[in-house]
Design a protein around this ligand. Sequence first.
Ligand SMILES: C[S@@+](CC[C@H](N)C(=O)[O-])C[C@H]1O[C@@H](n2cnc3c(N)ncnc32)[C@H](O)[C@@H]1O
Length: 254
Amino acid sequence: MACVNDSLGELPHGRPPQTEFDTGLDYPRLGSVTFRRGTLTPNQEQLFDEWWPRLGRILTHSDEDQTIDVDEWFGRSGHKTIVEIGSGTGTSTAAMAPLEKDTNVIAVELYKPGLAKLLGSVVRGGIENIRMVRGDGVEVLARMFPPESLDGVRIFFPDPWPKARHHKRRIIQSGTLNLIATRLKPGGVLHVATDHADYAEWINELVEVEPMLEYKGWPWENAPILTDRQVITKFEGKGLDKQHVISEYLWVKK
Ligand SMILES: C[S@@+](CC[C@H](N)C(=O)[O-])C[C@H]1O[C@@H](n2cnc3c(N)ncnc32)[C@H](O)[C@@H]1O
């Protein structure tokens, strides 16, 4: 008989369904890298089996309601909620969360070893305000969070997809900005960072495209959420080594 935990943290088989948005805007189309597998160390496996059921969720393929009851999941009510899309190994996530203990932080990532690493930081660091979702950030936003439910959305160093024929995979697009705007509460903040010059130009073209978002530029001293990422991530580090400039962007939901 198969062990119950065989599928713990595993995405369902097959290509995940992609919502057909009827906005006429542009949305990222997933590339095959999305489905890459990764192996966990035996320690990570053990930690995952023990903690994922409490701290993690998976976006399933089913059509059933997958809306997250944030208050129930975090065991408290009336707190701000921020979703970070593409948290990677969670370096920024784990560094920021202790400085925003009153905020519920939900890290969304497709790559299981990244989530396992963040889970390790959360458990070892006794960080209580982080939860994790494995799934495509666009679908997670669309299916797991109701409109006007979030105080912030973070996207730090999204995959740059440098080749022109892959630009359609970039997560920052008019449709994603619209989706994020619908999920943010009025006054909620979108924070994006990239170290990729061409992606920065791409984002520059889009900063004013979504009418529900007011572009605030960078920095924004009175931003209502923490905007200092605290650390130089692995990807950011690589960028800096190549003397890339980091571009950061903030928007507020009108
Ligand atoms: C370049 S890494 C940056 C990771 C992290 N934010 C950092 O600064 O170190 C981009 C991450 O986004 C994840 N990712 C890409 N597309 C995604 C999507 N549609 N939904 C969720 N995560 C995604 C990738 O798996 C990868 O871990």
